[in-house]
Design a protein around this ligand. Structure first.
Ligand SMILES: [Zn+2]
Ligand SMILES: [Zn+2]
Length: 363
């Protein structure tokens, strides 16, 4: 496909706008300009659809984040730099970049402490009230645009965001070489958590999901074992997982990338004494939790939210070195005008990742 022109005046800023639940339109929005000398303007080439985008489209809200005014969707994007601010070093027009879509305040105690993903004032794309990246042109701080190596395509670049989520989860799990990991959920993030755990040296990686076809993919991608939960108690499912993977003492780490209550319950029974459990999936806000197992096994329980310092860099490095072949996750690529059909496919579970080409892409 043709490299897009870097003449921003000739470019469209057509955007995919969610007005309210179930109601989307295409709108030619005013072109952004560079807001400060350290920012750049990027033409968006490809955007992946995330579960959160689908939630906003279907329900108009995720928890306390409610779409109250029309909002551009999308936050998993890669693009081409078209203009740079006067103070920008290290990026020039024509450079291909993965976009990290959350911009923290840089001043609060979390930002100053190196955990900027916890910044209460972060401006995150396609989280109300902020617009997302399913648009033609995107203005961003230069240090949140990561140059892609020559061997990494722009389509792979759009997968860096979910991969960075997985990198952050696996860092929270503190996986060591030779360890065993169980990952609950084999959606895109679950599959990527399994792959990153393997890259960290885990030798047994068990994927668990209620959909067999997702497990088949997980096994072809990186998991060593897979398990479909049965209609039995969480303890019994946990026992079955330990038998299947020959982990009589339990797994060193368990990652929940499903958000499903029975999976979270089974997680605390499948993790070994002294092991680690990380909650990465988002489901119901309150559940019944096996707190006695957590207490008596001295399980370390951690949350994981988005990504922080070093996560994008590591995600790109995992792709560059071929350790995580994100291309395989791309089910299809559609033109910008097919965005709503692509959302329907993701909602129906017909795709792992569908990419939407930017409005200036001539694919
Ligand atoms: Zn996402
Ligand atoms: Zn902050």
């Amino acid at each position: 496909m043709a490299t897009p022109t870097i003449d921003k005046d000739a470019m469209s800023n057509l955007s995919f706008v969610l007005n309210k639940a179930g109601d989307v339109t295409f709108e030619e929005r005013p072109k952004p300009s560079i807001p400060d000398p350290n920012s750049v303007l990027v033409a968006v080439n490809y955007t992946g659809i995330c579960g959160s985008d689908v939630h906003y489209w279907v329900d108009g809200a995720i928890g306390s984040f409610v779409v109250q005014a029309p909002m551009v969707l999308g936050h998993e994007s890669a693009g081409t730099v078209v203009e740079v601010g006067s103070a920008v070093k290290g990026l020039k027009p024509g450079d291909r970049v993965a976009l990290e879509p959350g911009y923290p305040c840089r001043r609060c105690s979390f930002c100053r402490g190196g955990k900027y993903n916890l910044c209460p004032d972060i401006v995150f794309a396609a989280t109300p009230p902020h617009h997302g990246t399913l648009t033609g042109l995107w203005a961003a701080p230069a240090d949140f645009c990561y140059k892609l190596p020559d061997t990494v395509s722009l389509q792979e670049g759009a997968l860096i965001e979910p991969l960075a989520v997985a990198v952050h989860v696996v860092k929270q799990a503190q996986i060591q070489p030779g360890q065993s990991v169980v990952v609950m959920g084999a959606g895109p993030v679950g599959i990527l958590c399994a792959a990153v755990a393997k890259a960290y040296g885990a030798t047994k990686v068990v994927s668990v999901d209620i959909v067999q076809s997702k497990l088949d993919f997980a096994k072809s991608f990186s998991s060593t074992h897979s398990y479909v939960p049965q209609r039995i108690s969480p303890e019994e499912n946990a026992r079955a997982i330990r038998e299947l993977a020959d982990l009589p003492a339990g797994a060193d780490a368990v990652i929940d990338a499903s958000g499903a209550e029975p999976s979270i319950q089974a997680s605390l029974h499948v993790v070994r004494t002294g092991g680690t459990f990380v909650q990465g999936g988002m489901g119901k806000s309150e559940i019944t939790f096996p707190i006695l197992a957590m207490c008596t096994k001295e399980v370390t329980v951690r949350g994981s939210f988005r990504y922080g310092a070093g996560d994008y860099e590591l995600a790109i490095e995992l792709v560059r070195t071929g350790r995580v072949d994100v291309k395989k996750l791309i089910t299809g690529v559609v033109g910008f005008k097919q965005a709503e059909e692509a959302f329907q496919k993701v909602k129906a579970g017909e795709a792992i990742k569908i990419l939407i080409a930017g409005p200036n892409e001539t694919a």
